[in-house]
Design a protein around this ligand. Structure first.
Ligand code: SAH
Ligand code: SF4
Length: 381
């Protein structure tokens, strides 16, 4: 294909193309192959904002690319910085939907982590999660996933060392694009698989499929309850993929990858924070190579939006009180640490309590619902 013959097509994005795809692109254009490496490096290493910045390409080549391609599928619309320096980004996607990402500083590693989204909204509908309240809008393309990292690096001029798929969406319900994105993050952005964590609500067939890819990523499972009845309320997809099948898939994942699994457990007052639950949990994970991360519940439906704090209630007429009509709230600190101690002693496994970040700007776990301070102008901090 010559330069002339690709004209009149709708514009495609350069960001999101692998090095191999760029080589085939320049080959079709009858350009020398080294130009593919140059373009690849501009996109993924130098994190440029426009094709015009590809200064080692001729003006003619840049003009051609500008006429036929766009650089990035994301447009930064808003940005907020938390008191703890966590940054939350709002991106506009092609078609008008918006999606969020968060950049956090990891003190222990003296490096930055990006929490990225894989879908607009989410179909799983966990009652404690702000993203679940949006409902499912659409899957993100691999380029839209990877570009969140590139956009953050571009904005901050600082390298991202860790990536967690813990933003909006259920990554294993967008399997192919997420897999392509993980490979791009690894091979093109240059963040090793061991620095990538994928968090899932437990899509059993795709956990097994992912196991067979034998990637060295960390798999995090949003377990949240050791018993089927409570888990069905907290993570509704559990009705389809029960705990017994989920546990079996986790053992399979470990067998295939030899990677220790992270068990995530959001702590909700009076719902899943009893000592009996800690004991049940430790029995459930016996024999599984895992560590447990307790996540103190972060309030959603912020006072920022409605001018007053509203309560989320779980209503389930099949459940006896007190579970049937409990207000979602974070347990007192002492209760969280009691739970931790019992779990640690009984299971012999490492148990950590997740440090919250960015709560003041609704950037903490589960708070991402495309809600920004309305007074902010485009791209403003
Ligand atoms: N859909 C995936 C990944 C995104 S959510 C999943 O559910 O695993 C990332 C993590 O944040 C999950 O463990 C999720 O259960 C947790 N989370 C969601 N809402 C939360 C909230 N309000 N407070 C604390 N953690 C929450
Ligand atoms: Fe979806 Fe995860 Fe939120 Fe549940 S916690 S609604 S799976 S994003």
């Amino acid at each position: 294909m010559q330069e002339a013959s690709i004209k009149n097509r709708s514009l495609e994005y350069l960001s999101g193309l692998t090095e191999t795809q760029l080589i085939s692109l320049v080959t079709k254009l009858q350009w020398p192959s080294f130009k593919a490496q140059q373009i690849h490096s501009w996109i993924y290493k130098k994190c440029i904002s426009s094709i015009d910045e590809m200064t080692d390409l001729s003006v003619k080549d840049r003009d051609f690319l500008n006429k036929n391609y766009k650089l990035s599928p994301l447009e930064l619309t808003q940005k907020q910085i938390s008191e703890d320096k966590t940054i939350k980004y709002l991106w506009k996607l092609n078609g008008g939907n918006q999606v969020e990402s968060v950049r956090m500083f990891l003190e222990d590693h003296d490096s930055y982590s990006a929490c990225i989204s894989s879908q607009v909204g989410c179909a799983v509908g966990c009652p404690f999660c702000a993203t679940g309240k949006i409902g499912f809008k659409r899957n993100l393309k691999a380029a839209e996933i990877v570009d969140q990292i590139l956009g953050i690096q571009k904005d901050t001029k600082e390298r991202i060392s860790n990536v967690v798929f813990m933003g909006q969406g259920e990554p294993l319900l967008n399997y192919d694009e997420v897999l392509t994105a993980m490979n791009l993050i690894k091979d093109s952005v240059g963040i090793g698989a061991r620095h990538i964590t994928l968090s899932t609500s437990g899509i059993v067939p795709n956990i097994k499929k992912l196991a067979d890819e034998k990637l060295q990523i960390t798999l995090a499972i949003s377990l949240h309850a050791p018993d089927q009845r409570t888990r069905e309320i907290l993570v509704p997809i559990s009705k389809k993929y029960p705990i017994s099948e989920l546990m079996e898939s986790l053992h399979y994942y470990y067998e295939k990858t030899k990677r220790r699994i992270t068990i995530e457990y959001v702590m909700l007052d009076g719902i899943n924070d009893q000592i009996e639950k800690a004991k049940e949990l430790s029995d459930l994970i016996k024999g599984l190579h895992c560590h447990i991360n307790l996540i103190p519940y972060n309030p959603i439906e912020h006072s920022e939006i409605k001018g007053q704090r509203s309560e989320i209630r779980i209503q389930d007429s099949h459940l006896p009180s007190p579970i049937s009509d409990l207000c979602l709230k974070r347990p007192p600190r002492k209760r969280i640490y009691n739970f931790k101690d019992v779990l640690e002693k009984r299971s012999g496994k490492k148990v950590t309590v997740r440090k919250e970040r960015g709560v003041d700007i609704a950037a903490a776990c589960g708070q991402l619902a495309n809600i920004f301070n309305k007074n902010l102008e485009k791209g403003q901090e």
